[in-house]
Write a protein that binds this ligand. Structure first.
Ligand code: HEC
Length: 114
């Protein structure tokens, strides 16, 4: 009986870890509850997509390649603009990311605490 309890607690722990983003999000204090909920959802989704499409070259979750930059807000802005105008040089365009996935990644990168 006792053994089963421990097993159950362990499962809860694993599930709780799985739904938490591993990155910290900037404070959303002062924004409406709806906006906060929306951004948090996008942030979690963006983190998963970032790991899938970007982390092989860029840092955050690993060392990253030396020639791939860390993200300043200006770089993110330029990157976003390049995506919107479907610039073939933009690697999210090159990877065929859809608008929603791209915006989630941008939300993740913009709201992430370094
Ligand atoms: C194959 C490796 C690779 C992958 C995958 C990759 N990048 Fe990059 N990224 C680079 C390199 C190298 C540079 C620097 C040269 C350049 O600007 O193209 C760069 C530059 C950037 C810049 C700076 C652009 C600027 O205008 O200053 C941003 C922002 C960026 N990447 C975001 C992303 C995002 C978001 C993803 C995932 C959708 C991603 N990258 C996937 C290699 C990669």
């Amino acid at each position: 009986m006792k053994g089963k309890h421990i097993y159950f607690i362990f499962i809860i722990f694993i599930v709780a870890c799985a739904v938490q983003p591993s990155s910290k999000i900037k404070s959303l204090e002062g924004s409406s509850k709806d906006y906060q909920t929306y951004i948090k959802k996008e942030f979690i989704r963006g983190e998963v997509l970032y790991k899938k499409y970007c982390a092989s070259c860029h840092g955050i979750f690993g060392p990253g390649n030396a020639d791939a930059p860390n993200f300043t807000s200006i770089q993110l802005h330029n990157y976003n603009a390049a995506f919107i105008r479907s610039d073939k040089e933009n690697h999210a365009v090159a990877q065929g990311l859809d608008d929603e996935s791209f915006q989630s990644i941008m939300t993740f990168l913009s709201y992430r605490l370094p």
